[in-house]
Design a protein around this ligand. Sequence first.
Ligand SMILES: C[S@@+](CC[C@H](N)C(=O)[O-])C[C@H]1O[C@@H](n2cnc3c(N)ncnc32)[C@H](O)[C@@H]1O
Length: 458
Amino acid sequence: MSEAGIHLEFQKRMIHQLGTVDYEDFELSLQKESPTTVRLNPFKIQSCPFEGNPIPWSEFGFSLEKRPAFTLDPLFHAGAYYVQEASSMFISEVLRQLEIPKGIFLDLAAAPGGKSTLLSTYLAQEGLLVANEVIQSRNQILKENLIKWGLGNSIVTQNDPAHFQELEGFFDLVLIDAPCSGEGMFRKDPEARKEWSPDHVRLCAGRQQRILDQAGGLVKGGGYLIYSTCTFNEQENEEMIRFLTSEFAYEPVRIKLNPEWQIEESEVQTEEGTFFGYRFYPHRVEGEGFFISVLKRPNDAYILEPRKKKDFKHQFLKLVDEKTCKALDEELGFENSQYYLLNDSYFRFPEMWKTHLEQVIHGLNIRYLGTEIGKKQKNEWIPSHDWAVSILPKNGFSTKEVSLEEALDFLRKNEQELILEETGWVLLTYQNLPIGWVKNLGNRINNYYPKEWRIRNL
Ligand SMILES: C[S@@+](CC[C@H](N)C(=O)[O-])C[C@H]1O[C@@H](n2cnc3c(N)ncnc32)[C@H](O)[C@@H]1O
């Protein structure tokens, strides 16, 4: 280990990759503080609430002058922005440059959801995202982040990549942001420095190869695969592109770079031709270490069209009939919805993706879909928190704009001292963005912020 806690073998490999002079800058950059960057949710806010500068490759990304206490900002809890390191936001540039058609996207290793919220924004009301995370605790966080983002265009699944085999040729885009040795996170995460060893790199490469083997065929003819890691070594990057192209038919995709961005292009020689990878080094860009490569499935590759099923069958989910869906849309002020019932609670899902959902649902473990609206008892809705923070209308409910202190009391689930004019359900807003429900019973106010999400000890 070096004095900075860096494995000497890693140092040797990086000097080989960067050259001695550049390596010194690289190691120095690890002693500096990580930049704080956020990506806005354009469906919730239009301008950055903090002092900062735009990220050149991301329309909604900003680098902040100082790090705010995000936990104490109600806009953070309202899903107005996502704290994401800047290199990862390059996916926005890839989508923009290639004009990737909006359709059904899969984010195979999605938690905590940085790239899923980015894809969900891009797809907006024209696409569907399947966000998958195999580890249960991380799946919860992914779900929470997508609910707060609030666009209602996602399905959250919890599956091993092997479980997707029946969906070969189904997706317009598959993002594989693979678990890796995390060399690019050495600055942010000192644990990654300690864990690094040549064996760990080998182990990660083996796992990546298995994932690619299982997921390489999921992209439909004409669709795209994006492979990314937060590590620098060739074994987990270029070697994986070589493996992928030896197993599946893919064509190279080259992304135009502005030289000022200081992103490094690498050519990946494979038996199928030259492919491209892009490296982000922390001493050159205002972000963490990152690698990304984009590949295109030939137009004549297999396409799996979803088949309309006669009957909808699922262990827990119940399909709501067409007439009731129409009536609910009318009542709620929504449009083109398909509703599903789970434990008597209604979930709103975009009707145009119904057949795709039915295709996806088989064999996969669905953890969430669309937007949970809530339960209807007699004629009264018990609205869910998910609906509150979603971008769907909340017609007919009264709203109350609250101060910072009042918003924080609400988010901490403290006793609420609000003065409310109306009884019943009231939607609290902070800077005009919904943060959740209270119910005014006249003699007291009940706080419906989800217990598990409340701000603790701050
Ligand atoms: C780099 S992280 C994903 C970060 C995420 N895409 C984001 O932008 O917020 C990789 C994810 O892969 C998951 N993972 C671990 N082993 C896996 C496996 N064998 N197959 C698929 N995913 C796995 C991890 O739990 C982790 O959440």
